[in-house]
Ligand binder design. Structure first.
Ligand SMILES: C[S@@+](CC[C@H](N)C(=O)[O-])C[C@H]1O[C@@H](n2cnc3c(N)ncnc32)[C@H](O)[C@@H]1O
Length: 328
């Protein structure tokens, strides 16, 4: 379901109301983007020709039209991720504000190969606006990449780090290969698709470019559709898409280690609380507070935060004895 045509026209013609689970899209920039490769110092023959740009003065109206369509086709609870540079961010924001879509996150994507400038700071980030359509619970797979229990070498939560709203993900370096001027990296698209969709969901990209969203969606066993106005880009994208096997990226997915908080979410009895406190008091004689919490977390199957809450009652040494078993 890919169409070589204007996305607004195409969407009206082919997509019914509430039919799409997730939209990921990177609209043209409205900054004379068809000359962008000159700034990036890329070799002309490796840059895919046929990028269709939107004149600056048309950008506000253009954004309103396609974002209104995106809202219509998204199902209640469906998510939309819109990529934008800084220059026209104001127009994208103002267009989304005219819809009923609800803001969830404003993500900053920090990449390498920024546009080189000499007498000012180098622009090396992008904005990703994440909104949902109200009316149903949105898909957000909190533990699709890291369980709550996984930590890095310094003991910090990997899940927390992965879900922070600043993402440092490099653009792909493909020496000698044909590439769209602004091809999105696979790693970035995998992350969005894993968190905001499930296998079998329908993912749409209104501005396919080199079909990067569709390629990753198919790779992760989702269905894909979209629009690209340029015939050159469309034909190139279709030639790649037609060779893909659905699910070809599934083997690259990191499987989160089992969540060890087996009692998380279950109510806690007074008896269990007392047991946790008593064990804590014993452990503190040999271990630091952090280590004691980690051991308790593993033993009682509860997250460090709930353990911390329970032991806050005995954080002064005098109280320790109250909780020790009577040995006399
Ligand atoms: C920023 S690029 C998308 C890049 C893409 N995300 C990728 O990774 O390759 C924007 C694309 O939108 C296309 N385009 C411009 N106006 C369009 C329209 N009205 N409808 C559909 N596609 C359009 C451009 O030709 C260009 O390929």
């Amino acid at each position: 379901m890919f169409y070589n045509m204007d996305c607004v026209e195409g969407s009206k013609m082919y997509l019914s109301d509430n039919s799409i689970d997730l939209i990921i899209t990177d609209p043209p920039y409205g900054i004379e983007g068809h000359t962008l490769h000159k700034h990036y110092n890329r070799k002309e023959e490796h840059v895919l020709d046929g990028y269709i740009e939107i004149p600056r003065e048309e950008y506000p109206m253009f954004s309103e039209k396609w974002i209104k369509e995106a809202e219509r086709v998204l199902r209640p609870g469906g998510s939309i991720y819109i990529f934008s540079g800084y220059t026209n961010l104001i127009h994208i924001l103002s267009a989304v504000q005219k819809t009923n879509l609800k803001e969830v996150n404003h993500i900053i994507w920090k990449y390498n190969f920024g546009v080189y400038t000499k007498n000012k700071y180098i622009s090396s980030h992008y904005h990703i606006l994440y909104y949902v359509k109200p009316g149903a619970k949105p898909t957000f797979n909190t533990n699709c990449r890291f369980s709550d229990a996984e930590k890095d070498e310094s003991g910090r939560s990997l899940n927390y780090r992965d879900r922070e709203d600043v993402w440092i993900i490099n653009r792909e370096y493909k020496p000698g290969q044909v590439k769209n001027k602004n091809e999105l990296p696979k790693e970035l698209l995998m992350k969005i698709i894993q968190y905001s969709s499930n296998e079998g969901d329908l993912i749409c990209d209104f501005f396919l470019g080199s079909f990067s969203t569709a390629r990753v969606a198919i790779g992760l066993n989702r269905r894909a559709c979209g629009f690209e106005k340029s015939k050159v880009a469309f034909d190139y994208g279709m030639s790649i898409i037609s060779k893909l096997t659905p699910g070809y990226l599934l083997s690259e997915i990191r499987i989160p280690k089992e969540n060890t908080y087996f009692n998380q979410g279950k109510s806690i009895s007074e008896e269990e609380k007392k047991k946790i406190i008593r064990t804590y008091v014993h452990l503190r004689r040999r271990f630091s507070k952090e280590k004691a919490i980690e051991l308790l977390s593993a033993e009682f199957g509860r997250g460090p935060w709930s353990i911390r809450r329970i032991i806050s009652e005995v954080n002064s040494c005098e109280n320790f004895n109250l909780f020790l078993p009577n040995t006399s």
